[in-house]
Design a binder for this molecule. Structure first.
Ligand SMILES: Nc1ncnc2c1ncn2[C@@H]1O[C@H](COP(=O)(O)OP(=O)(O)OP(=O)(O)O)[C@@H](O)[C@H]1O
Ligand SMILES: O=C(O)C1=C[C@@H](O)[C@@H](O)[C@H](O)C1
Ligand SMILES: [Mg+2]
Length: 167
């Protein structure tokens, strides 16, 4: 049977972690940030893993940690790059409802001035706009529900997320 988890996907800095923890509290659920699990299991920071293992090495670790996650009644905030991992995403769809937090390219570009410095998995020569377009296709492929947060404040986005989940 499908477990009652909620999984947020979306671009880096869309608010999966910020909104996820508040939503969990308001819904009486647990909160799991799988970026923190990766750091704990690896004993190093995300940007150190990317520097030392490369983008593909990081994605392999991210895939493993996320696909092995066994939780119930939890709001899960993975990193923005988890959608490159088909095993992890298929696991998430089995254990819960996947919510895509959608923002426009312009909004996310304003939030992230320096993608590499934030540890975004950008391939050599790939622009942030190309990365946005590549990921949107994957977010749309895996989403059970899409919530548009453009023009909304954090509080307004949390309100929208909670009303969608409760309905
Ligand atoms: N409307 C909004 N909704 C969500 N976050 C917002 C909004 N406006 C501004 N922010 C800011 O954007 C940032 C979101 O960061 P957060 O770490 O939660 O993103 P994330 O989706 O978990 O990213 P990552 O994929 O890197 O883990 C926060 O600094 C937050 O204050
Ligand atoms: O969107 C991304 O490429 C990433 C987001 C972060 O949460 C981390 O998972 C990592 O730095 C990669
Ligand atoms: Mg996060």
């Amino acid at each position: 049977m499908k477990k009652n988890n909620i999984i947020f996907i979306g671009m880096p800095a869309v608010g999966k972690s910020t909104i996820g923890v508040v939503a969990a509290k308001r819904l009486g659920m647990r909160f799991v940030d799988t970026d923190l699990l990766i750091q704990e299991q690896e004993g190093r920071l995300l940007h150190e893993i990317i520097e030392e293992a490369g983008e593909d090495g990081f994605l392999a670790i991210e895939n493993r940690v996320n696909r092995e996650l066994q939780v119930e009644n939890s709001v899960i905030a993975p990193g923005g790059s988890v959608v490159y991992s088909d095993e992890a995403m298929r696991h998430f769809k089995e254990i819960g409802t996947v919510i895509y937090l959608r923002v426009s390219y312009d909004t996310i570009r304003r939030r992230i001035r320096n993608p590499r410095q934030r540890g975004v998995v950008l391939r050599e020569g790939q622009s942030f706009q190309e990365l946005y377009e590549e990921r949107v296709k994957l977010f749309e492929k895996y989403a059970d529900i899409t919530i548009d947060e453009d023009q909304l404040s954090i509080e307004e986005t949390i309100g929208k997320v909670l009303s969608v989940i409760k309905n």
